[in-house]
Write a protein that binds this ligand. Structure first.
Ligand code: GLA
Length: 464
């Protein structure tokens, strides 16, 4: 959440200043960019994210009670405290402490029965250098980092199953109201230095080596899209539309109806082994918005059932019909073509076909703009500027509605690229007090989340 690189080097000594005793552990968790495969994860279709070098860091020390005390180096985030309970009531919407509550609630809820009541809290000092509200997953990094801190404070790291924790934290983050698909938490925990991940949720991933002569550049459009705020509703609309489309298609294909209690029909699941699904879906769903009454009638359900089964968010609220109706055909076209582009991009990267990688990134951006409706004029402009200055490919990354683009840039031209984009896009724009290196930077694929014991703690353990 916060970014304060100056204070990060001495996070342990700052911890001692705040809490009067040294920390025992340092947990870190990276942000991410997604190279291609946007809004595919919640459809069980592939994505190709990578962990970036920028990270959340938490210095911590276990407490002897069940309290969690959080301080943040960023003065914009006031200290927060809460107790570990089976049901932890949230702070007001938008409060940064809710990401920590989400993590702790998720770990406690999923613990085996025997361990439920048996938790210690911790003192934490949080810092980081992932730009916020930028589509770089600073919030998921905070959730994962807090979960690791909580597990470390309770001596439960040796049993850490990274993939299982990623799934748990994806669900845990619904606590803040965004119905994310799990990509962010997975790459945060499973990311590898110098590699992207081919991620096929649920449960499958493989590292993809990044070409060493390409840099990953990230540029912020300066349109801010905080997940805990308005972007949440805009985002949630897409998984809901895909869920509606999948239910209609299943019915139309004569597949057996599932009970609303089961996981929703996923487009990916529905499309496997059915290469003709895209054409069929487009013929059937068409280009116009669907009204909820029409959807209910097609499914043969009363409206109330439709609302309860498919329009209810994880927070229990019913999603209201958008003015332009539910855009089912366009969303399905995006999801299915985007899934295919991820596989094509994997092959093109392996074959060293740079022109193809660039073409697929361009097609992905166009689909995010036209069919998914998550781009903005600023993101479109940045993509153009990026290409003009030599990126082999550029596209919006993350949920969209603002935030960042990702670009692949030959290392040999990187300084000129960064300067050109700086001059052409940022000159004359208000950075809102941010520094150049927080809105425009190059990154390599970095390692996934980790926890280290702090040297004094190791020494103390050896001595006792
Ligand atoms: C957000 C969500 C992810 C994913 C992306 C879009 O980051 O948290 O699960 O859906 O948007 O690809």
């Amino acid at each position: 959440m916060a970014w304060n690189p100056a204070g990060m080097a001495d996070l342990p000594s700052l911890f001692e200043t705040v809490y009067g005793r040294p920390p025992t552990h340092l947990a870190t968790a990276p942000g991410r960019v997604n190279l291609i495969g946007e809004h595919t994860d919640y459809n069980a279709l592939p994505a190709m994210p990578l962990a970036i070098e920028r990270r959340i860091r938490i210095a911590l020390r276990p407490r002897l009670d069940r309290q969690i005390h959080l301080a943040n180096l960023d003065p914009g985030f006031a200290p927060r405290r809460f107790g570990i309970e089976p049901e932890i009531a949230p702070f007001p919407q938008g409060d940064w402490g809710n990401y920590a509550k989400a993590a702790v609630s998720g770990v406690v809820r999923d613990a085996p029965d025997a361990e439920r009541g048996d938790w210690l809290g911790f003192d934490a000092l949080v810092s980081g250098d992932i730009p916020r509200a930028a589509g770089l997953s600073s919030s998921s990094a905070l959730v994962v980092c807090t979960a690791l801190a909580f597990l470390a404070a309770n001596g439960r790291l040796p049993r850490l199953d990274r993939a299982a924790l990623a799934e748990q934290m994806a669900r845990a983050e619904w606590y803040v109201g965004t119905q994310g698909g799990g990509m962010d938490q997975a790459v945060c925990l499973l990311g590898r230095a110098e590699h992207a991940l081919l991620l096929e949720l649920p449960g499958r991933w493989q590292p993809v080596r990044m070409p060493s002569d390409l840099a990953v550049a990230v540029a912020h459009s300066l349109v801010f899209a905080p997940k805990s705020d308005g972007a949440r509703l805009l985002y949630n609309r897409r998984p809901i539309e895909c869920r509606l489309a999948a239910a209609l298609l299943a019915k139309n294909l004569g597949l057996p109806e599932r009970s609303p209690a089961e996981p929703p029909w996923l487009l990916g699941e529905l499309s496997r082994g059915r290469p003709e699904l895209l054409k069929h879906a487009l013929d059937f769903l068409g280009e116009d918005g669907w009204r909820e009454g029409e959807i209910a009638a097609q499914l043969g359900w009363p409206l109330e059932r439709l609302r309860a089964a498919l329009l209810r968010g994880k927070d229990g609220r019913i999603f209201a019909e958008p003015e332009d109706g539910f855009q089912l055909g366009r969303r399905v076209r995006h999801a299915l073509t985007e899934g295919a582009r991820v596989h094509a991009a994997l092959q093109a990267l392996r074959d060293g076909r740079r022109d193809q990688v660039g073409g697929l990134m361009a097609a992905s951006h166009a689909s995010c703009r036209d069919d998914l409706g998550v781009s903005t004029p600023e993101l479109d402009a940045l993509v153009e500027v990026s290409k003009r200055h030599g990126a082999i490919g550029a596209r919006l990354t993350g949920a969209g509605f603002g935030g960042c683009i990702v670009a692949l840039v030959p290392r040999t031209i990187l300084p000129g690229y960064l300067e050109g984009v700086w001059q052409d896009y940022y000159a004359g724009r208000d950075l809102g007090g941010r520094r150049r290196e927080d809105v425009l930077f190059a990154t390599a694929a970095g390692p996934g989340a980790a926890v280290e014991e702090i040297a004094e703690e190791k020494a103390r353990k050896r001595a006792t």
